[in-house]
Design a protein around this ligand. Sequence first.
Ligand SMILES: [Zn+2]
Length: 673
Amino acid sequence: MNPLLSPFDTAPFSQIKNEHFKPAFLQSIEDTRAEIDAITENTDTPTFENTIEALEFAGQQLDRISSVFFNLNSAETNEEIQKIAQEISPLLSEFGNDITLNKALFKRVKAVYDQKENLDLTVEQHTLLDKKYKSFSRNGANLSEDKKKRLREIDAKLAKLKLTFGENVLAETNKYQLHLTNEADVEGLPEGEKEAAAQLAISKGKKDGWMITLDYPSYIPFMKYAKNRELRKKLSLAFGSKGFHNDELDNQENVLEIAKLRFERANLLGYKTHAHFVLEERMAETPEKVHEFLNELLDKAKPAAEREFMQLQEFAKKMDAIDRLEKWDGSYYSEKLKQELFNLDDEKLKPYFKLENVINGVFKVAEKLFDLQFKEVEDVDRYHNEVKTYKVFDANNNFISLFYADFHPRAGKRGGAWMTSFKSQWKRNGENVRPHISNVCNFTPSTKSKPSLLTFNEVTTLFHEFGHGLHGMLANTTYPSLSGTSVFWDFVELPSQVLENWCYEKEALELFAKHYETGETIPMELVEKIKESAMFQEGMQTLRQLSFGLLDMSWHGGDPTQISNVKKHEDEAFKNTNLYPETQETCMSTAFSHIFQGGYSSGYYSYKWAEVLDADAFAYFKEKGIFNKVVATKFKDHVLSQGGTENPMVLYKRFRGAEPKVEALLERAGLLK
Ligand SMILES: [Zn+2]
């Protein structure tokens, strides 16, 4: 008996063996296919219920199996699971394509969509209908056969170009080596970094010396600490010219072709530009809005950035008689200046952040804000004995969610921290089915003599992921595909980032930031120092992020067909954000993997967008009290529980009473001086 193929509530980890996965996937793909055939073969007139809702609830067992499997592949994997993933992933994406290319199914979906104004639908049902319809139309379902053919050609070409782009960047990164044999050339590097560089040299087949490469763990420390300016320059130029050498690894043609094909694809589907296509499913909605946002922030952050740059310039002049700061000086002198100004040491903070205290702290914050109670339970099946399980209840003792917490690194766990779910939330046949949410992290584990003590960065990470977790736990929608964190991409970081703000507040820290040996509450001057150092060079950082967002929009927000010179185009896009002198040897676009390889095209702005949202939301809490029940309840009712049931701007305005303003971020970042 395959435990994955009989209905289950909590995932039956202890009964699942690896050999259960593949047959379970194959069987449930077939079951889902049958459910979809039942929709398309229905002879009744298409209705919201017999088509859209039926499609929404098709494949639930497949969803459950997928979440169990892919969550395990991230948190507790092994070679066997990875092998199954390699086999299963193409089958799943093929099955997904079968659905979006299913003409009979689209015909029924369109029939419902075309009469949507005459149907008596709730707001959530409207959103669901829209989402289902667009999952077809945005993939070309409405196009004539020859245009469909062109769309497939473009998609195939784009897939290949993106792959080549990424391979070139990787090859450029791997190809470069700076082998140093004179100890004076690594002067300034901390001992640990020197050791790592020496080891790297050995592993690359050198007898001795130090090896520096363009990989971040090697490149970043060198730029930050190496005293030798000429070598910093050499490395910086190598880093900045990836894919820009007019050789077989050059990406200039790839950049131009990707931008042009994306534009053509958008046109084919009836959109003005690629950015219009992408932003249709974003809170920002239009390229105009994104431009307005980036430029407003630029106007307001630029004076602070210029002040900080002057300060850095003077500091470098005083220290080393540097007359003109170059790109390869920024990181080095910033580090020195930061040391002089703050001298903040993680070791001083860690004793106040024992893991168990921080977990209890985040639970208390959730209790004070949303009346939630977390009860640790032992009777839930788990995939590893380090995983903790909690049942979450509201003030009336109603069961709200199951919560898994898996905090420490293991061999089978990938790096980083994330929130995920084993079961989403939905309502059907009068029942509100509650979700199973999980947080997975890689925090410093305890040792024989010391408990697990978190760095401040780990503390904010825990709050961040728990914020995503609350978005999942408090979900209260009808349809699973609109539930919890299933929201537009530029909205999903609001609940997580906003919760980080509590880590800097006295009232919140007093609840849990107590010395693990003495019980003393963290001194506020330490907290003030953390806050101040978090603001260090915020203006320059902001300008840098904005420059990337503007470059992204310059490629995707207009008609790229006339662009022939990548570097010239880029210089134009950067002209308002430059602080350092321009270098002709370097080019950002040819290695900008986020937008030319990954999924961030027309989306880079969302980093800053999310910060504005969380700063603006938290300003409301600050104004009324960080544990104010009225504000918290509004946040729960209009944001956390609503998932993607409505446009996020509508939800946000209902919570805040107005659209988000950039001022709250400028204020928090100390840019309004
Ligand atoms: Zn996040």
